[in-house]
Write a protein of this length. Sequence first.
Length: 108
Amino acid sequence: MAEEIVTPGNGRKVRYVCSEELTGAETASIIGEALGKPDLHWDLISDEEALQNLITIGMNPRIAAGLVEMFGAIHTGLLAEDYFKHRPELGKTKMADYAKEFALAFKQ
């Protein structure tokens, strides 16, 4: 992917990089297993709760609202429409591989 940094850009260009397509629940399960927390799970919360949580931790309300809008677009599938039209060839590094590396760094 380094060629994307050195290739001159003329206008807008999108390059999708993906190794596998997982749900949030699948991702949480894989990471939880690697961390020795097999009960780790993915919880969905309302947009209002997400917005309030972000503001409570000190995020600028306009930035928080933008993030909540983006997350909503992920959950409705709107953000992924172009990805699915131009689906890339999947890479070789899978979440289970990354989770092992993540767990080592997380435990330090």
